[in-house]
Design a protein around this ligand. Sequence first.
Ligand SMILES: Cc1cc2nc3c(=O)[nH]c(=O)nc-3n(C[C@H](O)[C@H](O)[C@H](O)COP(=O)(O)OP(=O)(O)OC[C@H]3O[C@@H](n4cnc5c(N)ncnc54)[C@H](O)[C@@H]3O)c2cc1C
Length: 404
Amino acid sequence: MSKVVIIGAGASGLITAIYARKNHHEVLVLEKNDSLGKKILKTGNGKCNYWNSDQSIDHYHSRNKKILETIINDKNQKEVLSFFSSIGIVPKIKNGYYYPNSQQASSIKDALVLEAKLVGVEFLCDMEVIDLEKKDHQFVITTNQEKILADKVVLATGSYAGLKEKTNGYDLALKFKHTIIPVLPSLVQLKAEEKFLKDWSGIRSEAKIRLYENDKFIKEETGEIQLTDYGISGICTFNLSPIITRGLYDKKREHVIIDFLPIVNTKSIEDLISWIENRNLLVQNRNLFELFEGILNNKLVKVILNRCHMSQKKHWNNLNQKEKYEFAKNLKYFHLDIIGTNSYAKAQVCSGGIPLDEINPNTFESKKESHLYFVGEILDVDGECGGYNLSFAWISGMECGRNL
Ligand SMILES: Cc1cc2nc3c(=O)[nH]c(=O)nc-3n(C[C@H](O)[C@H](O)[C@H](O)COP(=O)(O)OP(=O)(O)OC[C@H]3O[C@@H](n4cnc5c(N)ncnc54)[C@H](O)[C@@H]3O)c2cc1C
């Protein structure tokens, strides 16, 4: 039996603690907040989307995807689900997204904390770890209150996402000669710099968004997009943000092409012009603004008309071919340069962290320092929206705790 200290009582720290304790270790969890599992309460809009039935590796980002593939395996997936069932969580599954049937994130947090206490995990809140050293085969953990000794230490300190102030988990890892892949806000809103942004703020629209990096097509997402006074938001933009945040960091040019009419199945601007001609015949005597009534948000039509320098009162038949082309292009091929993302505080996760090739993927032990472990978001793994980030927190914590 070893004395294990886990730094951080978030999703990954809590599950690591339970498995380590079941593995007969003496387990103490240090948490700098005044309560346990605070971030879990914010997840899934307060409902906690804690898992996804489609665990394909395509839903994850990491600089070492080959290693990640060995971690997200069938055995681990089954075990996470049976663990949650064993602590009383009944899932409500919607399109593969798992929520607790209570629809309350607090159920997940409370069930984890209860289980941890039942198996004998000790917790200390308001305990911020400010330094970590190794002396004579033991770790010396300096907190804001006292010094604590441990045989094994698990860093489960998470990332900067969703926080106003940066945490110091990465700095503690640096002391043991780990490298840190630059930590950037991800699953986050995208910023643009255009005069019209204030005019489209508040619009929600179905859209298909295609991402281009240095003018090369990378990926597309379809879903609801929210147009804001700083740029664009919504799940489909969030899912493009991990690529964009890293691309911008690497000084690449990022732009998106937004299709505001994904329900209109045309293959080219010429096709779309024919479609508009037909609509114009169908709903006669309407000006350009009225022509799209009932199919597009009218505030958005105004933005597109202004972008094309066209009066709302003009009729389709009065446009010349160049004007028709310009108007149609902005309906389905709306170009927006992305110049940045919102801050860490607005992000749901961070991209980057400790590289997976610096840990043993079976035990999560550091390859640089024996008996030091990393779990959860501090590692260089981030997932799409849909429960993938918590999935990784559970899998990494479970495997680490079991193998400590
Ligand atoms: C608004 C929001 C919504 C989200 N929704 C979802 C969702 O629905 N589904 C999903 O899969 N993911 C979601 N996520 C992401 C998910 O919450 C995280 O990926 C996950 O919580 C990471 O777990 P973790 O244990 O690695 O880190 P955290 O949960 O961040 O836990 C780290 C803990 O360590 C503590 N700590 C840090 N430094 C120290 C220190 N020096 N000393 C002591 N304690 C320390 C922190 O206070 C914290 O409690 C969401 C995130 C946000 C911000």
